[in-house]
Design a protein around this ligand. Structure first.
Ligand code: NI
Length: 166
């Protein structure tokens, strides 16, 4: 396949955002039983709290930068939530919200309201932020004595970036 012409770049950009969320939800569902409460250090957020923080950050930035797409921002940035299905639902919803906000600003050629030199930078910021916490989550799980094997994690995470669909 030849690299995308310009009119397909938006689709590939949004696909990268979808893959990022797929990876995050895959990681969530691979967390061993009991490890949602794991912390890297005593005063660190728990694994569950890092997931809910990611959801919160997405919604805060949309509310500040593209408020017409805003959804209610949770009152607690580091919500303690023990229901994996509920966290997955939150992440899927906020990923969709970010996607719609960025897609619209790109299509209408409008800057974000508060941050970023270009709407694409919101996606890059979120992907970077979530990769940062992804590593922290895996470390917290490991330090709790539980383990997600490299083989298991690889297919659910790195493979989602690299596997060719076509
Ligand atoms: Ni953070």
């Amino acid at each position: 396949m030849s690299p995308a012409p310009d009119d397909q770049l938006l689709d590939f950009l949004l696909d990268s955002w979808d893959r990022n969320n797929t990876i995050l939800v895959n990681l969530l569902r691979a967390i061993p039983a009991g490890a949602l409460e794991a912390k890297a250090m005593e005063d660190s957020p728990s694994v569950a709290q890092m997931f809910t923080h990611i959801h919160y950050v997405r919604l805060v930035f949309v509310s500040e930068d593209a408020p017409e797409f805003a959804r209610p921002v949770p009152a607690d940035e580091w919500l303690v939530e023990r229901d994996v299905d509920r966290i997955a639902q939150m992440l899927n919803e906020s990923a969709h919200t970010v996607r719609e906000a960025v897609k619209n600003r790109l299509e209408v050629g409008r800057q974000m309201n508060l941050h970023y030199d270009h709407p694409i930078l919101m996606l890059q910021h979120m992907i970077w932020h979530e990769g940062y916490h992804h590593g922290q989550i895996k470390l917290a799980v490991k330090m709790s004595g539980r383990c997600i094997s490299n083989k298991e994690a690889g297919a659910l995470t790195w493979g989602v970036w690299m596997r060719k669909k076509k």
